[in-house]
Design a protein around this ligand. Sequence first.
Ligand code: SF4
Length: 71
Amino acid sequence: MAKKTWQVQKVRYCDHVGHEISIETEVIYPADQLPDPPRVVAHRCTDALACNAMDKATCVWCGTNPNHEPQ
Ligand code: SF4
């Protein structure tokens, strides 16, 4: 049976919110009997909900500004 899980990709200080956040990736691991490699299907920021509630665009990780990707 395939397994879907969120994994921390990196932890960074974000100037926008003023503290550390985690960038996570959603990975699907295939069933043991399949030779397929794991697949990354999504990315997210742990503070994306708060940034989505703001009335201005923030960054790519919350989906409101594809032109700004904090490092
Ligand atoms: S969504 Fe973007 S701006 Fe908001 S905390 Fe995460 S990295 Fe920072």
